[in-house]
Write a protein that binds this ligand. Structure first.
Ligand SMILES: Cc1ncc(COP(=O)(O)O)c(C=O)c1O
Length: 499
């Protein structure tokens, strides 16, 4: 406790107090003054010691936790985590000193991108607002309010509004997934689903296996539990199963997190054979699979998009469905299908997360599904996305320089590219932003933020004419960039590679 007394926070400094506290603790770790397993003072004690309020301490601890530098033990406190990965280094500290955490780390490192109105947005995998069925949803909302009055605003049952679970059970029947209302858990978005599964299943130090690359939000959720993450490369038809089995044998992971259809960010779909083998392996070694089905509906050419859940005869798959990409992300609605033996654990994790998902919105969604408006909307979205998807495929063929590697996906909204090895998608990003185009640099989707040569383009938030204009422009930018990188010696000495 003594060590913390030397921390001096200065209200006169432009830097927020929570940033100052965060930095001081991080510095102690860097200098070896705090070590793995050391406990941070409880929030109130730290606040008293520093003469600041509790919220300031909570914020500082939260950032440390999000960075995986500390972890919480329920009912016990906050502890310093093992500093194995490059979570913390001097460069970080310098950056932080220069700018400010969260204001400071560039938005893109936080997985966020600032998009001005006139920009062409290939970064976002979320539908643009003009595709939202606002009028139809308004009608069902009003109807629910007239019908249920104040009941619509009470706490909803933690597992979810029963009639909604019932109708979802018949909805997924058309995808050959058999699940009773009792096995469905309503969640406030898939991100919450991943988070509560992590909370329910993982203890500090447990192993989780993910695809490499993978969805950033899932990695963050596992890290926040203090889990150890192993990433396994994705082949063109799914995970490298040989490596998977080896890692399972050596590390005994509790969980495997996968997106078998139109994976984010690569667009890869697993072959049926790989899906079956994956289930076999996980079943053999007793590993739960978290299947994140964020958009298997966008299967434009009606190819095999079997879910693992529908092949799961041993109840090892925890299935997560998000409505964000095919409906409206701001509704924060989704559902889990859970193996019977995990019911209690997941319900408790959901309860500690937000007690229940909005009852009003669950009721409105139930009516929306019951009226059949959902199917119409799904068809509409599929049509819109398919138009964009095909436009994108054509534009890639025309405008993408031949040095850029890619495999076209067969559905979904994401396209994944590899620049020549000496190019960096971050540099490309800087150049594209100047020309009003944004996309997602690939390193964001890797555990250790490496693999700079990849990038992801999404078609969810761009209309066909933006795709045409954006791809033409981006193609030129990439072509010029590659030329400067690959042939710098042939150029006039006054021209320098942009680095
Ligand atoms: C693969 C994947 N899973 C889950 C989510 C989170 O979805 P939701 O908005 O339902 O929380 C996203 C969001 O981009 C995603 O890409």
């Amino acid at each position: 406790m003594e060590i913390f007394k030397i921390i001096k926070l200065d209200k006169e400094q432009p830097q927020h107090l929570y940033v100052q506290l965060y930095k001081s603790i991080k510095e102690f770790i860097l200098e070896g003054k705090l070590q793995e397993g050391d406990r941070l003072p409880p929030v109130r004690k730290m606040a008293d010691m520093m003469g600041i309020n509790n919220v300031t301490v909570v914020k500082a601890y939260e950032i440390l936790e999000q960075e995986g530098i500390v972890y919480k033990r329920v009912g016990s406190g906050t502890y310093i985590a093992p500093q194995t990965s490059p979570k913390i280094n001097n460069t970080d500290m310098e950056n932080i000193a220069d700018k400010e955490v969260y204001k400071s780390t560039s938005l893109i490192e936080q997985g966020q991108i600032k998009i001005d109105e006139n920009m062409i947005n290939f970064a976002s995998a979320t539908p643009s607002a003009e595709l939202f069925p606002v009028e139809d949803f308004k009608k069902v909302l009003n109807e629910v309010l007239d019908r249920d009055k104040g009941y619509a605003f009470g706490y909803q049952e933690g597992q979810g509004y029963y009639p909604l679970r019932q109708i979802l059970s018949s909805y997924i029947d058309q995808y050959d997934i058999i699940a009773e209302a009792e096995n469905i858990q309503i969640i406030s978005g898939a991100q919450q689903g991943i988070d509560i599964v992590a909370k329910a299943l993982l203890n500090y130090g447990d192993y989780v296996i993910i695809e490499s690359p993978s969805y950033t939000g899932a990695m963050a959720a596992f890290q926040s539990r203090g889990a150890r993450i192993i990433d396994i490369p994705l082949d063109k038809d799914g995970l490298n199963l040989e490596l998977l089995e080896k890692k399972i044998i050596t590390h005994h992971p509790k969980l495997l997190y996968v997106m078998p259809n139109f994976q984010n960010p690569t667009g890869v779909t697993y072959s049926k054979n790989k899906k079956e083998k994956l289930l076999e392996i996980c079943n053999k070694y007793g590993v739960f699979i978290m299947e994140d089905d964020y958009l298997s509906e966008l299967n434009y050419y009606k190819e095999d998009n079997t879910t693992l859940k529908c092949l799961d005869t041993n109840e090892i798959v925890i299935y997560i469905k998000s409505f964000s990409k095919i409906f409206m992300p701001g509704l924060r609605l989704g559902f889990l299908i859970i193996p019977s033996n995990l019911h209690g654990k997941l319900l408790r994790a959901k309860h500690t997360s937000d007690i229940s998902t909005s009852g009003l919105l669950q009721r409105a969604l139930e009516l929306y599904l019951k009226r059949g408006i959902w199917q119409q909307h799904l068809q509409y979205m599929e049509g819109k996305y398919k138009e964009r998807f095909e436009k994108m495929c054509r534009c890639i063929e025309i405008y993408m320089p031949t040095e850029v590697e890619y495999t076209l996906p067969r559905g979904g909204v994401n396209f994944w590219f590899k620049l020549p090895t000496n190019c960096s998608s971050h540099n490309l990003y800087e150049m594209a932003v100047k020309r009003n185009i944004v996309f997602a640099p690939g390193n964001l989707f890797y555990l250790n933020n490496n693999y700079n040569e990849y990038f992801r383009l999404s078609i969810a938030a761009v209309n066909p004419s933006e795709i045409e204009a954006g791809m033409k422009e981006l193609g030129e930018i990439i072509k010029n960039y590659i030329e400067l990188q690959v042939k710098p010696i042939c150029r006039n000495s006054s021209i320098k590679p942009i680095l």
